[in-house]
Design a protein. Structure first.
Length: 409
């Protein structure tokens, strides 16, 4: 009975996470490419559509502040009005042109909008390689075939700044009055010829002095640490690796093997050597949820010895790396040296973040055992049972999304 009470307490603490959607459903990112074309600068960007349409003081379910080009559904959530967009997209184009602030020597630059593309987050096209983006983002306005919620839509932009080279742009920023949820939580990935910048929160970057190798390495390490913490499912699998380790040495081995696995697939996707069709993203997320379910089942069945062999941990790491790749769609610099710095820093950050999480979990586990109120089996059950319920929920939710995606093809 006491173990059941502990399980219920854990469930109350983690229940809000059940509403957290899969990686492919959460897109809080600004992915921006700047490229030269003759004397002009071309900008290719992917942002949440809500960034353009929602005012900074917008409140959900408030009838008097309905975002433009939307209507409320039966649950009072804004749905895109595709007919209104097709009739007149002038307001959308105006907002797209004004979204980013570009400056050259304190002079404000106003880009022209050449192409717009709205897509569902779940089936979005790849946006990790500039050459492919240039070939596919060409239409003045490309709309999805079916209505979708505003929160589930992204927009790709192609902008042009005439008679200004990329090297002449000194500053780029996102709106200061952007809706706070997006402004404060978004990830920024900005790629220029030869440089890649990453940050989080509002985008505000001065380009006059490109960072050196040490600065780039530091930025990527910071980015790697942060990205360890963006997925609850990723953290839950780290719990599997701690509970199913048996010793601190095995925890280190588990961490290294898991890092090696997801580093390989993340790198292959970023380099363009491994292409993931958009329709396969929900399948990947479903398999990630299943890996959590499998891991906790093994922990429950073998609580007194290492529950997962290292080769299985490495294989599951490969799978989680695909999940990282889809949420980040990480772009890299063009030079070989920059590529080495980029991946070295990012993967060092991933490993550092995982070591921090592993150390915290290990200390908590040791503290609970020292208190002595729960046996090791009770501790395992207290964590594993709620986690299995969550993994089951995610598997069903993401599996249904995958099936729905297949039926729309």
């Amino acid at each position: 009975m006491r173990e059941l009470k502990h399980c219920l307490l854990v469930m109350l603490l983690v229940l809000p996470a059940l509403t957290v959607e899969a990686h492919f459903q959460n897109f809080l990112a600004r992915i921006v490419y700047l490229a030269d074309q003759g004397d002009d600068t071309l900008i290719y960007a992917r942002i949440p559509l809500a960034s353009l349409l929602i005012e900074h003081d917008w409140k959900p379910q408030a009838d008097d502040t309905q975002p433009p080009y939307t209507r409320q559904n039966d649950n009072d959530r804004p749905v895109l009005d595709l007919a209104a967009l097709a009739r007149d997209d002038s307001l959308l184009r105006h907002k797209a042109a004004a979204y980013f602030s570009f400056q050259m020597d304190n002079q404000q630059l106003m880009p022209a909008v050449e192409a717009l593309r709205i897509q569902p987050i779940a089936t979005r096209s790849p946006f990790g390689h500039l050459a492919t983006i240039k070939q596919t983002l060409t239409l003045p306005l490309e709309l999805p075939s079916n209505p979708l919620l505003l929160e589930e839509a992204i927009i790709d932009l192609k902008l042009r700044i005439s008679n200004v080279a990329t090297a002449q742009i000194s500053q780029i920023a996102s709106p200061s009055n952007e809706w706070p949820t997006i402004r404060d939580q978004a990830i920024n990935i900005l790629t220029l010829p030869g440089d890649t910048f990453t940050s989080s929160g509002a985008l505000a970057l001065t380009l006059s002095s490109p960072p050196g190798i040490l600065s780039q390495l530091s930025n990527q390490i910071t980015s790697g640490v942060r990205h360890v913490l963006i997925g609850i499912d990723h953290l839950l699998f780290m719990c599997v690796l701690v509970l199913g380790a048996g010793s601190w040495k095995r925890i280190v081995h588990n961490s290294l093997m898991f890092t090696a696995g997801h580093s390989i697939t993340l790198g292959l996707v970023a380099l363009g050597l491994l292409i993931i069709p958009p329709t396969n993203v929900p399948l990947i997320e479903t398999l990630i949820a299943l890996s959590i379910f499998y891991g906790f089942c093994r922990v429950l069945m073998q609580p007194d010895k290492p529950s997962l062999p290292l080769w299985q941990i490495g294989g599951i790491g490969l799978l989680h790396g695909l999940g990282f790749a889809n949420v980040l769609e990480k772009a890299t610099g063009t030079g070989a040296g920059e590529l080495i710095v980029h991946w070295l820093g990012f993967n060092l950050g991933i490993e550092a973040g995982q070591i921090v999480v592993f150390a915290t979990l290990t200390l908590l586990l040791a503290a609970v055992r020292r208190i002595g109120r729960l046996t090791p089996r009770q501790i395992t059950g207290t964590v594993a049972v709620p986690s299995l319920i969550m993994a089951t929920y995610w598997t069903l939710e993401r599996g249904w999304m995958w099936v729905s995606t297949l039926t729309e093809i």
